[in-house]
Design a protein around this ligand. Structure first.
Ligand code: COA
Length: 182
C-alpha cells in the first residue's frame, strides 16, 4: 500500500531513512551520511514526520508498506513556490514539486512499486498546484537515472554543484505537468 506517513510514525520514518543511508549507493543518492542521521535526536524525527504528515503543508512523505506492515519504500515531495530561492540559492520560477529521499528496498525494486510511489507523489504535487516536478540525481547513479527516465523525467540542463566535492555536479531532471496529469 502507498500512503502518506502519519505524524506518530517518526520511529518508522527514522528506521527507513537509516536503512536507505546504508545502501551501497547512498553516497551518490543522499546528501546526508548514516552517521549524521543516526546522531539526530528523536525531536528531529518527530518534527520532520509531523510536518510531512500534513495534507496541505510544504512537504509530504509517502511510504510503501507491505501487507505484513513492513516499510519498503519512500519518497518525499517539497512544494517550492515561484519567486523564492531554492536550497542552492537558485531562483524558483514556477510553483513546483521537488522529490527528495527516494528509496526502495532491494527486494522490492524492478517491479511496479517505485512507479506507484512516484504516482502518489506526483498526484499530490499536481493537487497542490505544481506546474512541474523536479529532482536532483547524481550522474553515476545509473539505476536511479534509468528509473527516472522510464518514469518520464528528462534532464533540464541545470546542474547543481555538489557541496564538499569540487568539480562534481548533479543533474536536475524534470517532469512537466500535462493535461492528462490530473
Ligand atoms: C532509485 C530506485 C528508487 C529506483 O527504483 P527501482 O525499482 O530500482 O527502478 P527500476 O528497476 O524499476 O528501474 C531502473 C531502470 O534502470 C535500469 N538500470 C539498472 N541499473 C542501471 C545502470 N547501472 N545504468 C543504467 N540503467 C540501469 C534498469 O534496467 C531499469 O530499467 P528497465 O526497467 O527498463 O530494465 C531504487 O533503485 C533505489 O532505491 N535505489 C537506492 C537509492 C537511490 O539511488 N535513490 C535515488 C536517489 S536520487
Amino acid at each position: 500500500m502507498i500512503r502518506p506517513v502519519l505524524a506518530e510514525e517518526w520511529a518508522e520514518v527514522k528506521e527507513l531513512r537509516l536503512t536507505a543511508l546504508r545502501d551501497p549507493v547512498a553516497h551518490l543518492a543522499f546528501l546526508e551520511t548514516y552517521e549524521e542521521a543516526a546522531a539526530r535526536p528523536d525531536s528531529f524525527w518527530r518534527d520532520r514526520t509531523a510536518r510531512a504528515a500534513q495534507e496541505a503543508g510544504a512537504v509530504r512523505q509517502f511510504v510503501a508498506v507491505t501487507e505484513a506492515g513492513q516499510w519498503v519504500g519512500t519518497v518525499a515531495v517539497l512544494i517550492e513556490e515561484a519567486g523564492t530561492k531554492d536550497w542552492a540559492g537558485l531562483p524558483v520560477e514556477r510553483r513546483q514539486g521537488h522529490l527528495i529521499g527516494v528509496y526502495v528496498a532491494p527486494d522490492h525494486r524492478g517491479g511496479g512499486l517505485t512507479r506507484a510511489l512516484f504516482a502518489a507523489a506526483l498526484e499530490w504535487a499536481w493537487q497542490r498546484g505544481a506546474e512541474r516536478v523536479r529532482l536532483i540525481v547524481h550522474p553515476e547513479n545509473g539505476r536511479a537515472l534509468g528509473f527516472y527516465r522510464k518514469a518520464g523525467f528528462v534532464r533540464s540542463g541545470v546542474t547543481v554543484p555538489l557541496a564538499g566535492k569540487p568539480g562534481e555536479h548533479e543533474w536536475e531532471m524534470v517532469y512537466e505537468r500535462s493535461r492528462s496529469d490530473g
